[in-house]
Write a protein that binds this ligand. Sequence first.
Ligand code: GLN
Length: 548
Amino acid sequence: MAKYIFVTGGVTSSLGKGIIAASLAKLLQARGLNVTIQKFDPYINVDPGTLNPYEHGECYVTDDGAETDLDLGHYERFLSIPTSQSNNVTTGRIYQTVINKEREGAYLGKTVQVVPHITDEIKRRMLMLGKKGYDIVITELGGTVGDIESLPFIEAVRQLQWELPEEDCMVVHLTLVPYLKAAKELKTKPTQHSVKMLSQEGVHPDIIVCRTEEPLSPEIRRKIALFCNVKIEAVIEAMDAATIYEVPLLMMREKLDLICLKKLNIVNYHEPELNRWKEFLDKLKYPKSKVNIGLIGKYIELQDAYKSILEAFVHAGAMNECKVNVVNVHSEFITEENVMEKLGALDGLLVAPGFGHRGVEGKITAVKYAREHGLPFFGICLGMQMSVIEFARNVLGMKNAHSTEMNPDTNEAVIDLMEEQKEVTAKGGTMRLGSYPCDIKKDTLANRIYGTEHIRERHRHRWEFNNKYLEQFEAAGMVASGRNTESGLVEIVEIPVHPFFIGVQYHPELKSTVEHPQPLFVNFIKASREYAEKKQSSKTQILEEELS
Ligand code: GLN
């Protein structure tokens, strides 16, 4: 039988509930327990797949092809175990299930209501992963206590607190303890109010995690404990950390994991085994070199739009003991005239995924610069497609080469819609999604990087390399080094004469974790570091020659 920990949030959004949930899960996993995390989101979209990054940040894709909340990315990066469709549930999905059942006649004769029908469906899904052999299922509730949308979820937790044995269920509430500069004081009132609101909805937290910029004094802890009806050791300080990967260690110092184990009456655990985690943190904190990597995209002002890519850089940087300084370059403003000025100081170039035609010409110009200057290049999904278009236009001389996504009428559609996509009109969940097998050609860059000829990576796109042109590309020096095992679709392209030029149709960033950094990222950073070193040594040589 699994035990359940619910993580709620109060006062404001963006307090880092996902990171706290993932950190707690990491600690419990490090103590030998089998843990998973799921997220319940209160919005009405069935999944976040149709939301644009301005609304919701990155859309994270699981092996089984679910388009999910980006917090699932944190869960995988921390735990190194894959999540699935079951790990992310929205209000939309709950209602869709209940309404479909109603249409099928499952409730014949009954009025279908929020309580019990919607809350029953929420509870069913909350308990579902518990039947898959996990010791602990952590459930993060999206939104903030007091939101109208989150009421049915809080109500479901209230019911479960009664229905499950007391030692099988607990609630961790995350709040903010703001520091008022003028008063030089931490303020507990917002926390008191949010716990009060949660209590009014019938849920009493067992632990209060306080996000704070300043350490919590014993008096503040006592005050929160007193007003919020928890034990003083259950008031946990969550100070701002230099990196999210330090949070598990901060939580361990506060004994968050031990308090949970005690409440859940779990006695079978050992000292946390976090050697690899700590090794990673050491490498991250004390890098021996630095590279400047250009991230060419159109959502550069948004931290969350390229979340998994940025985190994969952190993992790969640590692996190389190298600090990765990501330079955001807005693709819309890159032109032939300014490309040197914008990209000249970089040591590597990653052209980002994306949709729609805004900014693509800038991406193509950036690829051209990297190809012609021997600058390490890594294209992901749309970034790979842009590298194909650039090669077609500037090497193969196909002046009209384009993707039919941006130019449906082009007579040189080197990137085209897949046959099975041509009839698709609905937008939700209809892309090529999830994990697909890929065969890698021997003795290619991809083969050297992966060290194998068979891989599986995750996809999220509709367009593909048009195999009609493959022979022409290969004859001119762009090789398809990875192809889908069944369909032969091109998944990886590379240019062997270039020091490091690789484009992938899939999203390798989704599988990079702290303990298993993604090999393409690791090797891209390595190549960029070598490029930087070469640049530096040729600068030194010129200087020495000038001085002698
Ligand atoms: N828009 C492109 C496609 O759908 C690329 C998608 C992506 O970068 N994820 O094929």
